[in-house]
Design a protein around this ligand. Structure first.
Ligand code: ATP
Ligand code: MG
Length: 245
């Protein structure tokens, strides 16, 4: 029986609230409105993943599937320099271990996960799969039965790969609000939500903190549900050097 691992956020507050980070089991969803910081968090996790286990990483690279925006390679490059400075004893070519796939619709996404990822995972050391985002490709369906079928197909592919390589799987989702008073709820309904194991939400907090002479918006990560972690939240900042608390 394989031992489940945890991928650290590289941020103490977020690790504490999630009891050590993202677990290499099932699908972890990260949802939040546009600009809440989902992609920034994923870039940091993509670098963290490559660190050795004793530094909170998984000692392996990442398959990063973009469906919405172009992959922010400039920002990844910037963050990788921070990592090189922060962990001078570790010699990693961070950029070489981020395998980016750009896809445009659900058909390409399913094909990518069913046909492209398996040989990639077999030949490269990868222990993190990211889809940013699932909402972009599945929100456009009008046939909800077909959509449920396709989402299940995707989840099956991801879960198989996750089990086989003991890797973490993160899917980004968007949120909608029914009314101004109600908090945002994740898109894609029950058909999607029951395929995930852990659901996290990030949002901006109406509060700013001075950091390096700049006023930064405080953000929070909440655990909506997780089988082994109590409901909790933690605050964090997005700085030029990455996620900090
Ligand atoms: P979307 O749903 O549109 O993809 P998102 O949740 O992925 O949005 P991000 O792109 O992760 O949002 O976050 C964007 C925010 O991150 C910016 O509004 C900015 O506040 C912050 N940010 C990005 N780069 C930096 C940086 N170099 N320094 C400080 N903050 C940054
Ligand atoms: Mg994004």
């Amino acid at each position: 029986c394989m031992k489940w691992a945890r991928l650290s956020f590289g941020c103490e507050a977020l690790d504490k609230c999630t009891q050590g980070g993202i677990v290499t089991r099932g699908i972890t969803e990260i949802c939040g409105v546009a600009g809440s910081g989902k992609t920034q968090l994923l870039l940091q996790l993509s670098l963290m993943s490559q660190l050795p286990l004793e530094f909170g990483g998984l000692g392996a690279g990442v398959a990063f599937i973009c469906t919405e925006h172009a992959f922010p390679s400039k920002r990844l490059h910037e963050l990788s320099k921070t990592f090189t400075q922060k962990y001078p004893s570790i010699n990693i070519n961070y950029l070489a271990q981020v395998h980016v796939q750009q896809i445009h619709n659900s058909e390409q996404l399913l094909k990518c996960c069913a046909e492209h990822l398996p040989p990639l995972m077999a030949s490269e050391r990868i222990r993190l799969i990211i889809i940013d985002s699932v909402a972009a490709v599945f929100r456009t369906y009008s046939d909800f039965i077909q959509r449920a079928r396709d989402m299940r197909k995707l989840a099956n592919c991801l879960l198989n790969l996750g089990d086989r390589y003991n890797c973490a799987v993160i899917c980004v989702n968007q949120v909608t609000s029914i009314s101004k008073k109600q908090s945002e709820i994740p898109c894609l309904g029950l058909a999607w939500s029951h395929l995930g194991r852990t659901r996290l939400r990030i949002s901006k907090v109406p509060k700013q903190i001075k950091y390096d002479d700049k006023l930064l918006t405080v953000r929070k990560l909440e655990i909506i549900y997780s089988p082994e972690t109590p409901i909790a939240y933690a605050e964090f900042l997005i700085t030029g050097e990455g996620i900090v608390n």
